[in-house]
Design a protein around this ligand. Structure first.
Ligand SMILES: CC(C)(COP(=O)(O)OP(=O)(O)OC[C@H]1O[C@@H](n2cnc3c(N)ncnc32)[C@H](O)[C@@H]1OP(=O)(O)O)[C@@H](O)C(=O)NCCC(=O)NCCS
Length: 167
C-alpha cells in the first residue's frame, strides 16, 4: 500500500503561498485539471495580494492549495485543488474550512465560487459545507475544441442572519 494517504492523515498545516512555491504548485495544477491555471495566473494572484495558502503535511509534502480574491464584502474562491494522490480523504474539506475561517477573520459576509456543472465531487463538497446554488453562467468554461461548459455559481452566506437561521 502506498504510504502517501497515511501521511495525509497526520498533522497538517497552512501557510501563505509564495512565488518560490509555484514550481510545486504548477506540477499539481497540470495533473489536477484538463484546463489548468497558468503560472502567470498564480503570479498575478500573489502580486494582487489575494488570499492564497498551501496545505502541507510537512515542508516536503504538499496536500493542496487555494486562491481567493477579496472583494468589498465578499471573498471569491478562484482555485481550490487537492493533490490527486490525496483526494477523497478530507483535504478538500480542510481547505474549505480554512477558507471560511479566513473569510470570518476578514469580516467578509459571504464566499462565492463557480464550479463546472460536471464536477460532481466539488459540488457535493461545497453543498455539504453550506454553499447554496445561486444560478448558472452558460458556457463559462472551455471544454475542448469549440465546446463550452456551464458554471454553477454558489454562495456561502456568513452574515449574522444566516448564522441565526442555521440555528
Ligand atoms: C474537488 C476537490 C477539491 C475535493 O477535495 P477532496 O479532498 O477530494 O474532497 P474531500 O475528501 O475533502 O471531500 C469530498 C466529499 O465529496 C464526497 N465525494 C467524493 N467523490 C464524490 C462523488 N463522485 N460524488 C459525490 N460525492 C463525492 C466525499 O464522500 C466527501 O464527502 P464527505 O465529506 O461527506 O465524506 C478535489 O477533488 C480536487 O482537487 N479536484 C480537482 C480540482 C477541482 O475540481 N477543484 C475544484 C474546482 S471548482
Amino acid at each position: 500500500m502506498s504510504p502517501l494517504p497515511a501521511a495525509a492523515q497526520g498533522p497538517r498545516s497552512f501557510r501563505a503561498m509564495q512565488v518560490d512555491d509555484l514550481d510545486r504548485v504548477m506540477q499539481v495544477e497540470v495533473l489536477a485539471y484538463s484546463f489548468p491555471w497558468s503560472r502567470g495566473n498564480f503570479q498575478d494572484s500573489l502580486k494582487s495580494g489575494y488570499v492564497a495558502e498551501l496545505l502541507e503535511a510537512s515542508a516536503e509534502l504538499l496536500l493542496g492549495y487555494y486562491v481567493a480574491m477579496p472583494g468589498v464584502d465578499e471573498l471569491h474562491l478562484l482555485n481550490i485543488t487537492v493533490v490527486p494522490d490525496f483526494q477523497r480523504c478530507g483535504q478538500g474539506r480542510a481547505l474549505l474550512d480554512r477558507l471560511e475561517w479566513q473569510a470570518r477573520q476578514h469580516a467578509f459576509s459571504s464566499i462565492w465560487l463557480e464550479v463546472r456543472a460536471s464536477n460532481t465531487r466539488a459540488r457535493y463538497l461545497y453543498g455539504a459545507r453550506g454553499f447554496v446554488e445561486q444560478g448558472v453562467r452558460r458556457g463559462y468554461y472551455p471544454a475542448g475544441g469549440l465546446r463550452r461548459e456551464d458554471a454553477v455559481v454558489m454562495k456561502l452566506d456568513l452574515s449574522q442572519e444566516a448564522a441565526h437561521a442555521a440555528g
